[in-house]
Write a protein that binds this ligand. Structure first.
Ligand SMILES: Nc1ncnc2c1ncn2[C@@H]1O[C@H](COP(=O)(O)OP(=O)(O)O)[C@@H](O)[C@H]1O
Ligand SMILES: [Mg+2]
Length: 372
């Protein structure tokens, strides 16, 4: 049945370009009105679906479409069905591959029940949208690639120091063994080397997981343990710089819901930046403090406070953008990575000037309570 109806439409279209013109002769006033409109319009008799009037744009744009001279033929060709579509719809016309916004409206004119079609060519808008979308997708892809690149760079960055330390410890151990030194010292040096090596291995493992796009593992973590690990990793450097690191965690500090290695990495980066910020400060004026507390929103807030040179407003605005660094040997990705890690944890990484001089870099983490 539907085939018969579209056949009729097709024949109407094929018969002659003259058919619609004859039809439009029947309604000259409507024809004149449609002609004045700036997009393709056609009026069909509601009773039998025959084309009664159409403007020049309609003929130009739809004459090549099978069934264009009948309402049901047109519905079939454009909408893929004969079901009347009341509301406007956006379709791709099969004969010219252009996009149209189609509106069907029932109306009356000179005692005749009409079905009025307007077809606005929206190809340009659709193309603009598509290219915007693909630009967005490209951006997303680039930023994902960038974070993989960033990760690789951090890998080098993070592993450099523990690995150098391992070599130093091992050289020292070898010297001790050489001089037949006490076994207790040898043991201590080897244990320190092991801590460094374990951290390096954990970082590598995490990066591998990240590249394989697996989810980081979040569970109940204790910040005091995380801080202790970070201090252990930085002990040598702190001693070399005659720097004391105070840890002041509110007791008891509720557990956080976090990936341990990731948060270790964040804290390590922040404390390293704090140490580096105080390179030029006289040892007596140096002061590095790690604070931990529950903030007013009930999140756990960690703050790394230094007595370095602090930051100007302009500097503080660029802080978190990748590759921003003011250090000759800096990579400028530490804070950018800290921020993505903290945001992944639904927390916030922030900077504020420290009272009495220096900076505070802090982050928030959700409590584990009720999450695991
Ligand atoms: N505690 C701090 N005090 C002052 N400036 C800081 C501090 N932490 C970070 N910055 C500034 O932010 C920049 C970016 O830090 P980061 O992303 O860790 O990269 P990098 O340490 O490799 O330079 C630093 O170069 C420095 O200018
Ligand atoms: Mg840094």
């Amino acid at each position: 049945m539907s085939a018969a109806r579209s056949d009729a439409g097709t024949q109407g279209g094929e018969r002659a370009g003259a058919a619609p013109l004859q039809a439009t002769d029947r309604m000259p006033a409507l024809q004149a009105l449609l002609q004045a409109l700036p997009f393709a319009c056609a009026a069909f008799a509601r009773e039998d679906g025959a084309l009664l009037a159409a403007n020049g744009l309609y003929h130009e744009e739809f004459a090549a479409l099978e069934g264009h001279a009948r309402r049901d033929g047109l519905l079939q060709a454009l909408h893929g069905s004969e079901v009347d579509i009341d509301a406007g719809s956006e379709v791709r016309a099969p004969h010219n591959d252009r996009w149209y916004s189609l509106y069907w409206r029932d109306t009356e004119h000179a005692g005749q029940a009409l079905s009025l079609l307007t077809a606005v060519d929206i190809s340009e808008r659709i193309e603009a949208l598509d290219s915007h979308k693909s630009r967005q997708e490209k951006l997303l892809f680039t930023s994902r690639l960038m974070s993989v690149g960033e990760m690789a760079a951090t890998l080098a960055h993070e592993l450099n120091q523990p690995l150098a330390a391992i070599v130093n410890y091992l050289n020292g151990s070898l010297r001790l063994v050489d001089q037949a030194g006490g076994p207790v010292q040898v043991e201590r040096a080897l244990q320190a080397a092991r801590t460094q090596a374990e951290h390096a291995a954990a970082v590598i493992a995490r990066v591998r997981e990240f590249v394989r796009a697996r989810e980081p593992r979040r569970d109940t973590q204790d910040l005091a343990t995380i801080a202790a690990t970070v201090l252990e990793l930085l002990r040598l450097e702190a001693e070399r710089q005659q720097l004391r690191i105070d840890v002041a965690l509110a007791a008891p500090l509720p557990a956080v819901y976090a990936d341990r290695v990731m948060i270790e990495q964040v804290l390590l980066n922040l404390v390293k930046n704090a140490i580096e910020a105080m390179r030029e400060v006289a040892p007596a004026q140096r002061g590095l403090r790690i604070e931990g507390r529950v903030n007013l929103d009930g999140e756990i807030e960690v703050r790394v406070c230094d007595r370095g040179q602090g930051l100007s407003r302009a500097e503080s605005e660029q802080l978190f953008s990748p590759f921003y660094t003011t250090k000759a040997d800096g990579l400028g990705i530490g804070l950018a990575i800290c921020r993505s890690i903290i945001e992944y944890h639904e927390g916030r990484l922030f900077f504020e000037p420290r009272e009495g001089g220096g900076s505070v870099f802090g982050f928030t983490l959700p409590r584990a309570e009720g999450r695991v």
